[in-house]
Design a protein around this ligand. Structure first.
Ligand code: PLP
Length: 506
């Protein structure tokens, strides 16, 4: 892995120079370099407002780059080992939409791992593509989705001749990676591109102890959330292409359709700066983050009742490798749900986790964290575990239903949690997601939805894998699963009625 050593920041420099020149501005944006800024924005953003410029002379144009933006994108491509890199200002979502739109047209088949992010579903709606869903593996102990096996992809490609692309999420939110090299080999044996939603893995390139980056593993395109893991401003992301299977000209056309014509220069400059920061000091910064994550993982393992997992699980189904900076902490052993523990940490200890699911908390350890913060978190977790454990041992009731709302408020003694349930089979796709999106829909009581075609997605957390997608038939197995889930109070995402009393059907 050879990382280029160019630390230049052409876009940052051009923007700084424009602000320095004190040019009289008769151009957008309306705040005129911050002078006409309303409170409290002026206080919040200060100097940054002078740099909130637009595509004036010398600052190039994202939709037709030929100056500093082109150079900045080329430097990013060289840094990440890509042939082409595109700056994204509409989040990694735009990259996922673009990868699908650039490779699939209406009716074209695409193999999609079912632990897809909602941006992939949006890409299917935008393109009119025909998803061939494949199941990722499930970890029953932690109740979360793992990666997808190459053999699963191979079987889908064999069963569906004429597929145009394969799309996988790698790593998962919890940091677990699939065997991308094997998946790339299988995909390329059909001479089609492997598209990777690498929203949570832009740092892999910068430290040998992190998993293999998608492009190095053979992916043809990868969308990365630079704002999620590196130091880009929120929404700033990259889309990389490598090799001949995804056409860069076509991708440019697609991004011109998807992205704003007023791309934020602050966002784009943050991409330039974040890339240069990684070139300059990525190795050292990730050394530190990895050390802190190890400290957290070891500390959690020593707290009675809490559990975490590490690389020792590599080799189990769907678990090729792990990004150790993602630390999953299972809290059910002390009688708490994930949301309860998240709530207590936030409002009693001043600590915000990345997210929680029913059983677990997820912490992202970054180079912006300190040793003191990790020690404080460990202290807080030990206190939470001790206090919750004491309560739970006195009050644990019979197995029953959970009121998520009351549990989150922490006002109800811990009740036994539902164990992870095996997911029902992926239901048949009766109409394509795009058609389902545009067809009239009406809401019916969930009990009456059997055999109907769903207009919406239903995802239960955990495991965060959709049980039902738009255009799919509500099979008896799916209905039974949803009725059970509803009675346990698991968090449900997607439907207009989050309590799932009703479902919208076509
Ligand atoms: C796996 C995955 N892909 C794509 C996205 C979309 O990224 P963004 O929020 O930057 O649009 C997310 C966001 O959380 C994600 O988790």
């Amino acid at each position: 892995m050879e990382i280029m050593t160019i630390t230049a920041t052409p876009l940052v420099d051009a923007l700084t120079e424009y602000a320095r020149q004190g040019v009289i501005r008769f151009h957008m944006p309306g705040h005129r370099g911050g002078r006409a800024c309303p409170d409290p924005l002026r206080d919040w953003l200060g100097e940054a407002m002078r740099l909130d410029a637009t595509g004036v002379l010398g600052l190039d144009d994202l939709h037709q780059p030929g100056g500093v933006l082109q150079i900045a994108q080329e430097l990013a491509a060289r840094c990440f080992g890509a042939d082409h890199t595109f700056f994204l200002v509409n989040g990694t979502s735009a990259g996922v939409h673009a990868m699908i739109l650039a490779t699939c047209g209406p009716g074209d088949k695409i193999v999609v791992a079912r632990n897809l992010h909602k941006s992939a579903l949006a890409g299917l709606i935008l393109s009119g593509a025909h998803p061939v869903y494949v199941r990722p593996e499930l970890d029953e102990e932690f109740g979360v989705s793992m990666g997808v096996e190459a053999a699963t992809i191979a079987a889908a490609l064999e069963a569906h001749p004429g597929v145009r692309a394969v799309l996988v999420v790698n790593p998962t939110y919890y940091g677990v990676t699939s065997d991308l090299e094997a998946i790339a080999a299988v995909t390329h044996s059909h001479d089609i591109p492997l598209l990777v939603d690498e929203a949570h893995g832009p740092h892999f390139r910068f430290h040998p102890a992190l998993p293999t980056p998608a492009l190095e593993a053979g992916a043809d395109a990868a969308a990365q959330g630079i704002h999620k893991i590196l130091s880009g401003l929120t929404q700033a992301s990259f889309l990389h292409l490598k090799g001949p299977r995804v056409d860069a000209t076509r991708m440019g056309d697609v991004l011109r359709v998807l992205q704003s014509t007023s791309a934020s220069y602050l966002l784009m400059a943050s991409l330039d700066a974040a890339r240069a920061q990684m070139v300059r000091e990525g190795g050292h910064l990730w050394d530190r983050a990895l050390e802190l994550a190890a400290l957290l993982r070891e500390g959690v393992a020593a707290i009675p009742g809490l559990r975490t997992f590490g690389r020792e699980r590599a080799g189990t189904p769907g678990f090729h490798d792990l990004d150790p900076t993602k630390v999953t902490v299972q809290v059910t052993g002390v009688g708490l749900t994930g949301p309860e523990a998240e709530h207590i940490l936030r409002y009693h200890h001043g600590i915000q986790a990345e997210m929680s699911d029913l059983y677990n908390l997820l912490f992202i350890v970054g180079y912006g964290n300190t040793r003191e913060e990790v020690l404080h978190l460990l202290d807080a977790l030990a206190t939470v575990a001790r206090e919750a454990g004491r309560k739970a041992s006195g009050h644990r009731g019979p197995a029953g239903t959970l009121s998520q709302e009351n549990r989150v408020r922490g006002q109800v003694p811990a009740a036994p949690l539902p164990a992870p349930m095996p997911l029902p089979p992926i239901p048949p796709l009766e109409v394509l997601p795009r058609e389902a999106f545009f067809r009239p829909a009406r809401s019916v009581p969930l009990e009456q939805s059997r055999g109907r075609i769903s207009a919406e997605t239903v995802t239960c957390y955990p495991p965060g894998i959709p049980v039902l997608g738009p255009g799919e038939v509500v099979t008896p197995e799916v209905l039974e699963y949803l009725l059970t889930i509803r009675s346990t109070g698991l968090r449900i995402s997607g439907p207009a009625d989050p309590e799932l009393r009703r479902l919208r059907v076509l």
